[in-house]
Every structure is written in C-alpha cells, then in structure tokens.
Design a protein around this ligand. Sequence first.
Ligand code: PMP
Ligand code: GLN
Length: 380
Amino acid sequence: HAQRLDGLGTTIFAEMSALAVRTGAVNLGQGFPDTDGPGSVLEAAIAAIRAGANQYPPGRGIPALRQAIVDHQKRFYGLEYDPDTQVLVTTGATEAIAAALLAYVEPGDEVIALEPYYDSYAACIAMAGGRRVPVTLRAPDFRLDLDELRAAVTPRTKVLLINSPHNPTGTVLTDEELRGVSALAVEHDLVVITDEVYEHLIYDGGQHRPLTAYEGMADRTVSIGSAGKTFSVTGWKIGWVTGTPEVVTAVNTSKQFLTYVSGAPFQPAVAGALALGNDYFDGLRADLQHRRDLLCDGLESLGFGVHRPQGTYFVTTDIRPLGHTDGVEFCRMLPEKTGVVAIPHQVFYDNIDAGRPLVRWAFCKKREVLEEALNRLTKL
Ligand code: PMP
Ligand code: GLN
C-alpha cells in the first residue's frame, strides 16, 4: 500500500466491536446507541423509500434538509445561513471531515488537532498529505492549554481541527477557550474545521457555543454536524457542513468526488428530526445525563478514577487505582476476564504516555445493559 496508509491499520472501533461479538461481551466500546431514534423519524425514512426517494438526490442535499439545517442553526444559536449556498449535506460527519481536510490541506501543511483525537482525523490528515501536530488535553480535567496551542503554531500551520464537545474526553470548550482559539486563528489566518457532532449532548445545564459565532471566525470556519448522535441513527450517515459560500463550495468540490451525494431516503427523515420540539432535545440530554451518572457512579465504586464528562456519551477512567498501567493491555484482557469491552485512549494520541492509563466507556446504552456491565466488572 501507499506510504500515506502507513500505521493506519484497522480502526480500534472495528477491532473492539469484533472482540465484543466474538466473546459475547457487553460492548461499551464503540459509541453507538442500543436504542434507535424516535419512531416518527424512523417511519419518515420508511415512508420516503415507499414514496420513491431511492435515486441520487441533489449533490448538496435535498432542499428540505438544507432548510431544516438552516432553521436548526437559527433556532439554537441565532446563526443565519442561506440554504442554497451555505449548507452541504454529507455522508456522515466522517465524510465532512475528510472532504474538508482534502479541500484545505496541501502536502506538507500542518494541521493542529486536539489530542486525544477522534481516529479518523489522523487518517484523513495523512491521506491529505498533511502533518498532524497534536495539542494534548491532559487528565485530570482535560482543559485546552491556550499557551500550548499557541506554541504549536508554525509558519506551516494551515488548519486548526477543533472538536467540542470532545470525544473521547467529554470536554466542552469554555467561552474563554473558544475565544483563545478564535484569536489565534485570526492572528495566523488559519482555517478552522470544527467538529460539533455532540452539540446536543451537554450535561449539567452547560451550553454549546458554535466556534463560527466568534469574532473573525465566520469566513474561516468549516462547521460540521451530524444526525447520528442527536437522533440515535449512527448507521444513517447523514452529516452536514455549514459555512460561507466559498467554504461550502471548497468542501463540496472534494465531497462530490468522494461519494457524489448522500443517502436519499434519510434526508427527508433527518429534516423532520431537526424540527422536533425542544422537549425532544431536552429529553435526550436528561436521559443521557442519568445514564452518565449511573455508569460514572458505578465505575467510581469499583475503584476507577472517573473523569465525569461535560458532554458526549463517553466517560474516561484512569485504571491505575486498580493496579493497572496500560489501557491497551487492560482492554485486551477485559472481555475474557469480565465480559465487557471498552476502548483504550492510547490509540488517540501521538504522546501515548498521556493516554496510557486511560480507558473510555460509552454510556449510550440501556440502563440494564450498563447495570449488567457494572455487575460483570466486579470480576476485576
Ligand atoms: N466526529 C466525532 C468526534 C465522532 O465521535 C464521530 C462519531 N463516530 C464522528 C465525527 C463521525 O460521525 P458520523 O457518524 O456522522 O460520520
Ligand atoms: N464515534 C463513535 C466512537 O467514537 C463511533 C466511531 C466509529 O465507529 N468510527 O466510538
């Protein structure tokens, strides 16, 4: 294979989900809900298939979905977009990330990413020929150190790749951190790709702040969203990009040759989902917050060091209080010994020492599944 694939191997999610299937373990590894999204949303996709939405839809997405994305941005954040020129529907946020990096990164350009980083970032930066420069969010609180971010910028820096709420740490960047990121991007004239797929999964009354809303950001930001997390339909792979017409055209130039268009029958269904009432979004958050607390409390009482997340559906634990030091070894041992699967942080780092003792658990699972996992973990 080509050099750009060196070291990419198999994604940790596929490896660990396969291990869960093979060992019959409870899978708290890969982040996907074990309960599908709202019935009305699922029915809308079925109805769309019956109504004939089965051929290539428009490249930028069907008008109803582009309008629904615009309305959602206005309703939750007061942001204004033109649905014809400032929205692009993608095949999940994953494609949006790939298309955005391919659109902006020249071979040799540096891309600064928050570490631990979602695994497709590293792969897509490599496939675009870029160089990854990590800025580490460190335990115990996983805050962004703005001085470290500043120090990572060089004359070759082209893109800042930001993710908040952040997978896997659960960090939600504060207003001050986002202001710092924006100031730096403006000062060095950087493109900012911001992955906000967990925008609605924020707990304890916290709020999501879109990076594009900060001063000087609107015309340099590629904002990325997804239906997968918010509507519990991770297999539908409907995501989107919003930005200036120039940004959307640039990302679409690569998107059109990656997948051309994205899942026709899911688009009207996601349009309907985005228009659900506030009670849906509040209910999702409250429900996940309960499950977060169930899993965090349980892991705490088992002796793990628990970093309760502000957002996402992942909790990070430190395994050292249990006498373990290496998350990869721990996660390979875990299914055999206890019948539970988790994800080692280490695979999301360049500075692997920072992630070595950390393990991620997903709590987007039924209460009884979380309880069963906790019960099994007493065998540790
Ligand atoms: N970004 C982050 C941070 C994620 O956790 C995920 C979930 N896999 C994605 C992007 C991909 O989203 P999608 O399933 O819409 O491609
Ligand atoms: N975002 C999910 C996770 O982090 C799923 C990732 C994937 O399967 N690519 O677990």
